[in-house]
Ligand binder design. Sequence first.
Ligand code: FRU
Length: 593
Amino acid sequence: MRTFSQVILSLSFVFIVGCSTAEKEKPYTIGFAQCTHGDDWRKAMLEGMEKELSFHPQVKLLMKDAHDDSQLQIQQIRELVASKIDLLIISPNEAQPITPVVEEVFNQGIPVIIVDRRTNSKLFTAYVGGDNLQIGQTAGLYVGELLQKQGKVLEITGTPSASAASERHQAFSQALRKYPGIELMPSLNGDWERPYVMKRLPEVLKKNPDVNLIFAQNDRMALGAYQVCKALGIEHQVKIVGVDGLSGPKGGLQFVEDGIFKATLLYPTGGEEAIRTALKILDNESYAKENILGTLVIDSSNVHILKQQSEKIVDQRQDIQKQQVRIEEQNRLYDSQQTVLYILGASLLTAVVFAGIAYKSLRSNRRITQQLKNQNEEISAQRNTISELAEQARQSTEAKLGFFTNFSHELRTPLTLILGPIDELLAAAPAGSNQRKDLEVIQRNARWLLKLINQLIDFRKIEVGKMPLRVAQYDLVSFTRTLLQAFEKTAQQRGIHLRFLPADALINAWFDANLLDKVIVNLVSNAFKFTPDHGSITIVLQTQSTDDTIRLTVEDTGPGLSEEQQNASLNGFIRGTNPLVWVRVLVWPWQKN
Ligand code: FRU
């Protein structure tokens, strides 16, 4: 049985474990060292990452925002490594100061994906982002054609130590060299943000009021440039070209559509691609080291369609999000249903185990019941035999007693017939003659014999219930005293000291005088029989208030009864050696007075 339950329990364990270890993706932690999170382009990048991660709920993303501070970014990279990340994604704030720490992480064996901006080293696992050289070049060629190869151009750069800024500048200026009619002014550092442009540009424009075009390295700085031009009243004279091409009300697409910008160059954030590449690397799948995202010029000719597309993308993204919420709900439901299923499975198996145990004990119960039944049958057969034997014994005793009683009756008739002539002979016999003495002996013994036979017949009557008790209330003291008077003469003759000691002068009790006198006379006669001459016989009457009985004790100086003989004294004719004989007479109710 034990092995059976063990097997079932192991099966349930296997079932539960089997169910719960369904194919699951590995949990990864990806660290993301972001140079800044303070603008919409970076927010769009994170959104893209989160969208992609929502398909991989077991992957955790830890992002740290360096707020355009390279030292802070170095420190944050070390913190990410200390928190045991499996892979690092970094958008380096500045190329040069960040390069050593990125190499360090790479050399530790942690895969590194660089996004958007680059370091100065080749020690990284993969790059995901736009090609900033291409962006600069495309912008330069576009500007040259837009100005019809003539005019004055101002470039507003991002922080120059960032690779995106230096590469865009390098390729832009190089592209414009194709157009000798275009004058490229010394560039203005806008540090990627509109407020710096608003602060630094007015002075430059005041000195150079004939500028025809401003190329800002992102749309935020381009907006700042437009606002400065507008403030100076030259917004219609100065064409504005930006980079990024974000959708949304504050995005470059909107500004192109509104005619504020002449154009913007699409610079995809690459959030989704960065996560996809990260998972390929972590899952040891093949991946490309360089993942360059394309660019294009967005101007009035294509902004409409691009806006529509990007709106569609936004809609789709929202749909995906909704779907994902639904999927999560479904997953939760599935999980809870799965749990219920496991519980049901386990309960089922447990039920099978218990059913097995119950079946076993049912069988053993049946066996035990059958054994008991057999034993019962045996016992009742034995009981029947015993009662048959008892019945046989009773019948044989009955037959013996019947014979004995009949025989007693038969004896009484001739004895009565003997006693009649004896009485007559005695009446005629002369007083004091030997003949009379002999006749008296014959008469006494014949009467004694008759009395014994009568007692035998009475005993039999009591036995068969034919002799009803005739109880009445008498004084037991005077009753006993009267009986004892008959023995006084014998006592005198044999020198026996006969004493009667009642507990009270009067003891009223209910009894059958006819039967009790036989009991007392018998006991006293016995005492006389076994007491030697000059001995003593004491009859005591005691009342027992505790159990409503009266004790009659006949004590003599004869050989007495042993304990065994005492116990048997009421069942037969016993002669013994102990001087104390007692008998208990049950009476009801008795009164003291
Ligand atoms: C966002 C941003 C973009 C720009 C990129 C260059 O922080 O300034 O506008 O294209 O960074 O790294």
